[in-house]
Design a binder for this molecule. Structure first.
Ligand code: NAD
Length: 511
């Protein structure tokens, strides 16, 4: 009963004519509607600059749903009746007054008890302005609840993030702010906690006694596409490491929470981020590697290097690849390196976590150390979602030789149709008031503090070797050295053959 009352709401999407709304938000809302997760008591207000009518807006919403991979059922017309459009100027008071009036009308029409979500799907420079106008025009004053969903990037560094946070906090309390990190909506990222805390075979091993190192790779095969203008000022460190990569590290490293409540989970993630060893400027070059893609061949065609992409400075020093070694100074993780790498124009689109276990104290089966295969737990975040465990088994033969055995579980293959998209899950969480899979301000500020030291060093030392990796590669060779110095190597991200994960990649003896 409580749940039903709670999911009655008006969702205002600022930037409703934009790419995010079209590709992610409308299809997600439609899926929630189809599955019955939204009651009939909801309304969507699209707010953007263009002079659209409700009908034009609805046609665009319908097209976006048809263009997505969703099965479109006959109820689309009923669904679209919930959509309304408001031509909007973010710095004009009358826009907010019109919005307030429209929301009140929709509350009445759809029997909504004053609950509202404000979704900022616009350029970040408007976030603070919109929040303050919403407050001054009393749009956030309601008898129901009022929540703000805010997209990345949350600031450009700690200082700008603090300023943005102060602006938002004037209009919304911390528990009303839902900072989206869409990685936290991904099925297998959420599954990290289940794997760790619901399985007796993993949690006892989840520490520096049994784990030798952890590798988190998030690679893109595409270049910057049409985001050159934004990306050239951000780079991979701000675009990926500050948020998604550090969030995955926090989930892997955190202590078991006392309960699965927002408060308890966040407390543990914040503690893990606090234990992250801060970078000293003089250590940045030893622990972090940056790269920029040059030209290369993709599917038989030559593709542009980063500096030749549109809206990118032809002398740009922006990194499109980052690899790093992180250390977590607490009892559980002391001495275990967490290696991260992320970049554009790499060999394939993939996000994977590899947990490499330590060797047994005594070797009964192998003649040399090179023949030994460590146990691995591989969490496949995307494209496929699932996990694999690599064990050693006996080779089917008379001799007592062993062979690596890989056990695979693919969750997205089991339930392709019902696997919800990250945005769908996160929107639904927000409607239900569950902020567990959104980032708390303390996580944002700790992540920026960590990343700022690296970006300051990089800004003050222009790389002379850019571009330093070819498109369609796994980044600059120098990133192998981060691991080689510790006696490890990157595990391959490709899963073409069941044992491909067992062959180290790109190990360059000459680095
Ligand atoms: P976009 O440029 O496609 O859309 C921007 C929207 O804002 C449009 O609807 C436009 O009409 C509106 N707008 C711009 N200026 C306005 C003004 N002065 N008054 C009223 N409306 C105005 O941008 P996008 O790609 O949809 O991204 C939106 C936000 O989401 C950004 O913060 C971006 O970083 C973030 N984001 C986008 C994606 C994605 O896949 N597109 C992914 C992650 C995060």
């Amino acid at each position: 009963m409580q749940k039903e009352e709670n999911n009655k709401c008006v969702i205002v999407i600022f930037g409703a004519t934009g790419d995010l709304a079209k590709r992610k938000l409308f299809p997600s809302i439609y899926n929630l509607y189809k599955k019955g997760s939204l009651s009939e008591n909801f309304a969507i207000v699209g707010a953007a600059r263009r002079e659209w009518s409700d009908n034009t807006f609805r046609e665009n919403v319908a097209t976006s749903i048809q263009d997505s991979k969703i099965n479109v059922d006959a109820d689309l017309d009923d669904f679209l009746k919930h959509f309304h459009y408001l031509s909007f100027d973010v710095t004009n008071t009358s826009s907010y007054q019109n919005l307030h009036e429209l929301i009140n009308e929709l509350d009445e029409q759809f029997n909504i008890p004053g609950n509202r979500i404000f979704y900022m799907a616009m350029a970040p420079q408007f976030f603070g302005t919109i929040a303050s106008y919403l407050k001054s025009n009393e749009v956030t004053t309601t008898i129901g609840w009022s929540r703000l969903i805010i997209e990345k990037p949350f600031g450009h560094n700690l200082e700008s993030a603090q300023k943005l946070n102060i602006d938002l906090r004037e209009a919304f309390a911390e528990d009303e702010i839902y900072r989206i990190d869409h990685y936290l909506g991904k099925e297998m990222v959420q599954n990290i906690e289940v794997i760790r805390f619901a399985n007796a075979i993993f949690e006892p091993l989840w520490n520096n006694r049994y784990i030798s190192n952890i590798q988190v790779t998030s690679s893109e095969s595409l270049g910057v596409e049409d985001r050159g203008g934004y990306y050239d000022h951000a780079g991979a460190l701000r675009d990926m490491v500050q948020n998604h990569m550090l969030q995955m590290v926090a989930l892997l490293a955190m202590e078991p929470p006392n309960r699965l409540t927002t408060e308890e989970v966040r407390t543990e993630k914040i503690k893990a981020l606090r234990a992250l060893r801060p970078m000293k400027s003089e250590d940045v070059d030893r622990y972090f590697v940056r790269g920029q893609y040059g030209r290369g061949m993709v599917n038989g065609k030559e593709v542009n290097g980063y500096r030749e992409e549109s809206n990118v400075d032809p002398n740009s020093a922006t990194e499109t690849f980052v690899a790093g070694k992180l250390l977590i100074d607490n009892f559980r993780w002391a001495g275990v390196p967490f290696y991260i790498r992320t970049g554009k124009r790499m060999t394939e689109k993939s996000t994977k976590i590899v947990i490499e276990f330590k060797e047994l104290p005594m070797n009964l089966y192998y003649k040399s150390k090179d023949e030994m295969h460590p146990n691995l737990l591989i969490i496949h975040i995307q494209q496929d979602e699932g996990l694999s465990i690599v064990l050693n088994g006996k080779k089917v033969a008379l001799s007592g030789e062993t062979t690596p055995v890989k056990l695979d579980y693919c969750s997205s293959c089991q339930d392709v149709l019902n696997t919800p998209e990250a945005y769908e899950k996160l929107l639904y969480d927000c409607i239900l008031g569950d902020a567990t899979n959104f980032t708390h301000w303390d996580e944002v500020s700790l992540s920026w503090s960590f990343v700022d030291t690296i970006s300051k060093v990089w800004e003050n030392s222009i790389p002379t070797d850019f571009p330093n990796y070819e498109a369609q590669s796994m980044g600059p060779k120098i990133s192998d050295k981060l691991l080689a110095d510790d006696g490890f190597h990157w595990w391959p991200i490709s899963d073409d053959s069941p044992y491909s994960i067992l062959k180290g990649e790109n190990i360059n003896e000459n680095v």
